[in-house]
Design a protein around this ligand. Structure first.
Ligand code: MN
Length: 232
């Protein structure tokens, strides 16, 4: 079919370091409560109950070049928080993927921000309602270029951090993930068939907090790169 009543949206695509071709994004999965100290700061007890998965719409992804990008302060909130996260890019389809084979499904890695309208998320959680208004809003997922796994190797340790206006806000190590990347891929693939183009936001460490218009956020993950985003 090539005739549409409205023009189809352009694909959402992230550049890949060292490649001319881009990574077309299919779905955006996110994992909640995956670093102990962040679980505690959100008022919960860390444990190994199955991970919390939620989704953002594909067009919530804002590709951010290394030179930096913009995050428009969203409507409907007075408490929009930064959450720096390692983003895993899936390159091979699969369901019921064993943990031992999960790394083979990883195409690469990126640095991402799971921007969150914390006031709306908390109100929804309190009322037993879905998180969409808190998590899945327009431009809520700034993501930098993808670094292929072929270049990084499998990342299971290394620093992850975020500064706002030059001040350290979040700092941790990927080895502190409650559920490892391989375990997340295995569990997610029991619930959804993963496909090339899927992104997985792997959770944020402690230190989340509000941003204001004009703030410059600089996130980094060892071996993957930095992500510079200004709140506009
Ligand atoms: Mn998050």
């Amino acid at each position: 079919m090539n005739d549409f009543v409205f023009s189809p949206p352009p694909p959402v695509a992230l550049p890949v370091r060292g490649q001319h071709a881009a990574f077309a994004v299919r779905r955006v999965y996110c994992v909640g409560r995956n670093y102990e100290a962040h679980v505690r700061e959100m008022g919960h007890d860390p444990d190994r109950t199955p991970p919390i998965f939620f989704c953002k719409p594909t067009d919530a992804v804002v590709p951010v070049p290394d030179a930096g990008g913009a995050f428009p302060y969203p409507p409907g909130t007075d408490n929009c928080h930064h959450e720096i996260e390692l983003v895993v890019a899936i390159g091979k389809a699969g369901r019921d993927i064993p943990v031992a084979q999960a790394a083979g499904h990883i195409y690469g890695y990126a640095v991402g921000l799971d921007m969150t309208r914390r006031d709306l998320q908390r109100a929804a959680a309190k009322a037993g309602q879905p998180w969409e208004t808190g998590k899945a809003f327009d431009a809520s997922a700034p993501v930098g270029p993808i670094t292929p796994r072929a270049a990084t190797g499998v990342l299971d340790s290394g620093s992850i951090s975020l500064q706002v206006q030059g001040q350290p806000r979040q700092a941790a190590d990927l080895s502190q993930l409650i559920w490892s990347v391989d375990e997340m891929i295995a569990q997610l693939s029991q619930l959804f068939e993963l496909q090339p183009g899927d992104l997985i936001f792997t959770g944020t460490p402690e230190g989340v907090g509000p941003v204001q218009r004009g703030d410059m956020m600089v996130g980094a993950v060892d071996g993957v790169g930095t992500l510079t985003v200004t709140v506009t």
